[in-house]
Design a protein around this ligand. Sequence first.
Ligand SMILES: Cc1cc2nc3c(=O)[nH]c(=O)nc-3n(C[C@H](O)[C@H](O)[C@H](O)COP(=O)(O)O)c2cc1C
Length: 366
Amino acid sequence: MTNPVLNTRLCQLLDCEYPIIQTAMGWVADPNLVAATCNAGGFGFLAGAVMTPAQVEQGIAAIKEKTTRPFGVNFHMYAPGADQIIDICIQQRVRAVSYSRSPAKSSVEKLKQAGIVCMPTVGALKHAEKAVAMGADAVVVQGGEGGGHTGSVSSNILLPQVVDALNVPVIAAGGFKDGRGLVAALSYGAEGIAMGTRFLLTRECPVPDATKQEYLKSATEQIIVSRKLDGMPQRMILNQCLQQLETRSALGMLWLAVRNGLAFTRLTGGSLLGMLGSAWKMKQSNGMTLGQTLMAANAPMMIQEAMVKGHPQQGILPSGQIAGTIGDLPAVEELIQQIVAEAEAVLDRFAAASTAANSAELVAHN
Ligand SMILES: Cc1cc2nc3c(=O)[nH]c(=O)nc-3n(C[C@H](O)[C@H](O)[C@H](O)COP(=O)(O)O)c2cc1C
């Protein structure tokens, strides 16, 4: 039997065996990875933020073919197809949704009325408080170590701060990979851990092997936060592509962005003029340079270059710092079993030490 300490409120909320979440990662958290996580007793989120509503629906159907366990969908509440995705999640009885940035309160209410667990990811205390005021059932708190868009406060500081302030279950994200981390998160008052990078480095993850090898080779110091991709702080591996972005002048960025934009419009059938027009409008409202704004518009293509096409130097590699400490590619089931076994070993060690201390006290009293 699993140690009861690991059976947290999160397990009841999500109807999963272990308090371990596989977070959504664009072009990474596909139906195969989600189903493998759920079948192994964890809880997986489909990366719907980079999908059309039709693709989300297909993704959900593909997950249901591979597992009967509950799972979740991640998407941007502010994206054009969000209302359709909400309806699909309700029709398909998805267990939970995850999102970041300001959702509409009415969307959260609609999901909750349908019995769907609303579980946003936040990177700062004030965002956690706002998310709960908007109706979140639980909050994933991502420390600055985490991959992709990330905040500046580390898990060690942010997690207890948020736990103290909220009365809904809090899940720790950013920098977790093993059972020691799980017990540490529980000791801070969290109800489980959510991991991105660790699940990216598994056998079921669809990312091409050449790209996974680049993650395995990376050193922690080489996984930096940069605003160069889309103007927001994002943690990525400092590869050839990011190095170029870091060292370009504003004019150089503009040229790179136009070149990428041209390639992107060839791929999607859009027009460069159209892209320039919308980038100009974005620039007016967010104060970034035109080069940065255009770059933000084609960031998805640069990420896909590495994550889908398997060209790790030519594309962008969003990553948590934890990648610098990971050297293997286990199967998801192996990974989850190992995390649970490690966590139980730590808890047993604490329990044995406490029993020994109590016995010694009893002997001393007699
Ligand atoms: C490759 C990659 C892609 C990501 N894409 C998304 C995404 O599409 N939506 C999202 O909410 N978070 C995204 N994230 C953030 C993760 O869901 C998660 O919060 C983060 O990876 C946790 O930190 P860790 O990498 O240290 O485990 C991404 C992270 C990575 C590494």
